[in-house]
Ligand binder design. Structure first.
Ligand code: SF4
Length: 101
């Protein structure tokens, strides 16, 4: 697929995209925003407040906590409803707010 400049009344090749200069510049400006890779975030201050640790406390772990929002798989990091802006909560993690009720 190639991007070509629009010329009125001229048929397009198959696989080409007709784009005005203005539209092309808009796409160019937005490109870094649109293709930005997902960056893992962690909320250090909330983790500290809740004494979060990456290891379980006996049988208590994030995996069995009602506040845990699992990642894409059982092993993948997820999120916690009590720790905003953090998507690196370990399923085997633990904090003082562990909750099953
Ligand atoms: S409240 Fe604590 S134990 Fe429960 S998911 Fe969040 S960080 Fe893990």
């Amino acid at each position: 697929m190639k991007v070509i400049r629009c010329v009125k009344h001229e048929p397009l090749d198959t696989g080409s995209i007709c784009m005005t200069r203005r539209k092309f510049l808009q796409v160019l400006i937005l490109m870094p925003v649109l293709v930005r890779p997902a960056i893992a975030k962690s909320n250090a201050s909330m983790r500290q407040q809740l004494q979060y640790q990456n290891t379980p406390e006996g049988a208590m772990s994030c995996r069995s906590c009602l506040e845990f929002l699992a990642g894409n798989s059982e092993q993948q990091a997820g999120r916690c409803k009590l720790i905003p802006d953090d998507d690196e909560i370990a399923p085997n993690g633990y904090c003082i707010k562990w909750n099953t009720m």
